[in-house]
Design a protein around this ligand. Structure first.
Ligand SMILES: [Fe+2]
Ligand SMILES: [Fe+2]
Length: 160
Protein backbone atom coordinates (compact mmCIF):
# COMPACT_ATOMS: atom_id res chain seq x y z
CA UNK A 1 0.00 0.00 0.00
CA UNK A 2 1.45 3.31 -1.15
CA UNK A 3 -0.58 5.51 1.20
CA UNK A 4 -0.99 5.49 4.98
CA UNK A 5 -4.38 4.85 6.55
CA UNK A 6 -4.45 8.48 7.63
CA UNK A 7 -3.86 9.74 4.10
CA UNK A 8 -6.32 7.18 2.70
CA UNK A 9 -9.00 8.45 5.09
CA UNK A 10 -8.23 12.09 4.23
CA UNK A 11 -8.51 11.37 0.51
CA UNK A 12 -11.79 9.49 1.01
CA UNK A 13 -13.07 12.62 2.74
CA UNK A 14 -11.95 14.67 -0.25
CA UNK A 15 -13.84 12.34 -2.60
CA UNK A 16 -16.92 13.40 -0.64
CA UNK A 17 -15.93 17.08 -0.82
CA UNK A 18 -15.55 16.94 -4.60
CA UNK A 19 -18.90 15.17 -5.01
CA UNK A 20 -20.44 17.79 -2.72
CA UNK A 21 -18.96 20.49 -4.97
CA UNK A 22 -20.40 18.72 -8.01
CA UNK A 23 -23.86 18.70 -6.41
CA UNK A 24 -23.47 22.35 -5.43
CA UNK A 25 -22.74 23.26 -9.04
CA UNK A 26 -25.80 21.29 -10.21
CA UNK A 27 -27.91 23.36 -7.79
CA UNK A 28 -26.31 26.62 -8.99
CA UNK A 29 -26.73 25.68 -12.67
CA UNK A 30 -30.37 24.74 -12.05
CA UNK A 31 -30.98 28.11 -10.42
CA UNK A 32 -29.62 29.90 -13.49
CA UNK A 33 -31.63 27.69 -15.86
CA UNK A 34 -34.81 28.45 -13.88
CA UNK A 35 -34.02 32.15 -14.27
CA UNK A 36 -33.84 31.69 -18.06
CA UNK A 37 -30.06 32.16 -18.06
CA UNK A 38 -29.09 29.13 -20.12
CA UNK A 39 -25.51 30.09 -20.90
CA UNK A 40 -24.69 30.61 -17.23
CA UNK A 41 -26.48 27.35 -16.49
CA UNK A 42 -24.29 25.57 -19.04
CA UNK A 43 -21.12 27.00 -17.50
CA UNK A 44 -22.07 25.65 -14.07
CA UNK A 45 -23.31 22.28 -15.37
CA UNK A 46 -19.88 21.90 -16.98
CA UNK A 47 -18.31 22.77 -13.63
CA UNK A 48 -20.45 20.10 -11.99
CA UNK A 49 -19.06 17.48 -14.38
CA UNK A 50 -15.51 18.68 -13.68
CA UNK A 51 -15.98 18.27 -9.94
CA UNK A 52 -17.19 14.73 -10.47
CA UNK A 53 -14.07 14.14 -12.53
CA UNK A 54 -11.98 15.45 -9.62
CA UNK A 55 -13.68 12.95 -7.31
CA UNK A 56 -12.91 10.16 -9.79
CA UNK A 57 -9.24 11.17 -9.96
CA UNK A 58 -9.03 10.69 -6.19
CA UNK A 59 -10.89 7.35 -6.47
CA UNK A 60 -8.44 6.11 -9.09
CA UNK A 61 -5.46 7.26 -7.04
CA UNK A 62 -6.61 5.42 -3.92
CA UNK A 63 -7.17 2.25 -5.95
CA UNK A 64 -3.80 2.57 -7.76
CA UNK A 65 -2.12 3.11 -4.39
CA UNK A 66 -3.67 -0.10 -3.05
CA UNK A 67 -5.90 1.72 -0.57
CA UNK A 68 -9.57 1.37 0.16
CA UNK A 69 -12.19 3.69 -1.28
CA UNK A 70 -14.98 4.59 1.12
CA UNK A 71 -17.39 7.13 -0.33
CA UNK A 72 -18.71 9.27 2.54
CA UNK A 73 -22.21 10.71 3.00
CA UNK A 74 -22.64 13.90 1.01
CA UNK A 75 -24.23 16.91 2.75
CA UNK A 76 -27.09 18.66 0.97
CA UNK A 77 -25.82 21.61 -1.05
CA UNK A 78 -27.34 25.07 -0.92
CA UNK A 79 -30.40 24.96 -3.18
CA UNK A 80 -31.90 28.43 -2.77
CA UNK A 81 -30.41 31.63 -4.09
CA UNK A 82 -31.81 35.13 -3.79
CA UNK A 83 -29.80 36.46 -6.70
CA UNK A 84 -27.25 35.63 -9.39
CA UNK A 85 -24.58 37.25 -7.22
CA UNK A 86 -25.46 34.95 -4.33
CA UNK A 87 -25.19 31.90 -6.60
CA UNK A 88 -21.82 33.00 -8.00
CA UNK A 89 -20.63 33.85 -4.49
CA UNK A 90 -21.56 30.33 -3.33
CA UNK A 91 -19.42 28.90 -6.13
CA UNK A 92 -16.51 31.18 -5.24
CA UNK A 93 -16.73 30.29 -1.54
CA UNK A 94 -16.78 26.57 -2.26
CA UNK A 95 -13.67 26.89 -4.47
CA UNK A 96 -11.96 28.78 -1.63
CA UNK A 97 -12.75 25.96 0.78
CA UNK A 98 -11.55 23.39 -1.75
CA UNK A 99 -8.21 25.17 -2.13
CA UNK A 100 -7.68 24.94 1.63
CA UNK A 101 -8.67 21.25 1.59
CA UNK A 102 -6.10 20.55 -1.14
CA UNK A 103 -3.44 22.48 0.84
CA UNK A 104 -4.26 20.37 3.91
CA UNK A 105 -3.82 17.17 1.85
CA UNK A 106 -0.47 18.40 0.51
CA UNK A 107 0.61 19.30 4.05
CA UNK A 108 -0.30 15.78 5.18
CA UNK A 109 1.42 13.98 2.30
CA UNK A 110 4.50 16.19 2.75
CA UNK A 111 4.64 15.51 6.48
CA UNK A 112 4.49 11.77 5.70
CA UNK A 113 7.22 12.22 3.06
CA UNK A 114 4.87 10.55 0.58
CA UNK A 115 6.25 11.86 -2.71
CA UNK A 116 3.89 9.84 -4.88
CA UNK A 117 0.90 11.41 -3.16
CA UNK A 118 2.46 14.88 -3.12
CA UNK A 119 3.20 14.61 -6.83
CA UNK A 120 -0.35 13.42 -7.53
CA UNK A 121 -1.77 16.34 -5.54
CA UNK A 122 0.17 18.93 -7.53
CA UNK A 123 -2.34 18.59 -10.36
CA UNK A 124 -5.04 19.78 -7.95
CA UNK A 125 -2.87 22.67 -6.74
CA UNK A 126 -2.58 23.96 -10.33
CA UNK A 127 -6.26 23.24 -10.96
CA UNK A 128 -7.28 25.36 -7.98
CA UNK A 129 -5.49 28.39 -9.42
CA UNK A 130 -7.65 28.05 -12.54
CA UNK A 131 -10.80 27.32 -10.55
CA UNK A 132 -10.31 30.28 -8.21
CA UNK A 133 -9.50 32.63 -11.08
CA UNK A 134 -12.58 31.56 -13.05
CA UNK A 135 -14.89 31.68 -10.03
CA UNK A 136 -13.65 35.17 -9.15
CA UNK A 137 -14.00 36.39 -12.74
CA UNK A 138 -17.58 35.14 -12.95
CA UNK A 139 -18.44 36.71 -9.60
CA UNK A 140 -16.94 40.08 -10.62
CA UNK A 141 -18.75 40.12 -13.97
CA UNK A 142 -22.09 39.14 -12.42
CA UNK A 143 -21.68 41.79 -9.71
CA UNK A 144 -20.81 44.41 -12.32
CA UNK A 145 -23.88 43.53 -14.41
CA UNK A 146 -26.08 44.31 -11.40
CA UNK A 147 -29.75 43.70 -12.17
CA UNK A 148 -28.96 43.16 -15.85
CA UNK A 149 -27.70 39.58 -15.62
CA UNK A 150 -28.64 39.01 -19.26
CA UNK A 151 -25.57 41.11 -20.08
CA UNK A 152 -23.46 38.37 -18.53
CA UNK A 153 -24.99 35.87 -20.93
CA UNK A 154 -23.91 38.04 -23.86
CA UNK A 155 -20.45 38.35 -22.34
CA UNK A 156 -20.14 34.59 -21.87
CA UNK A 157 -21.48 33.91 -25.36
CA UNK A 158 -18.36 35.65 -26.68
CA UNK A 159 -16.23 33.07 -24.93
CA UNK A 160 -15.11 33.02 -21.33
FE1 LIG B 1 -12.62 20.16 -7.49
FE1 LIG C 1 -13.59 23.31 -8.54
Amino acid sequence: MLISETLNAAINKQIGNELENSNQYVAIASYFESEGLSILAKVYFTQAAEERDHAMRFVKFVLDAGGKVVVPAIPEPRNRFESAVEAAQTAYDSEGRTTQQIYDLVNLSTSEKNHIATNFLQWFVSEQLEEMANAEKRLVVIKRAGSNVLMVEAYLAHGE
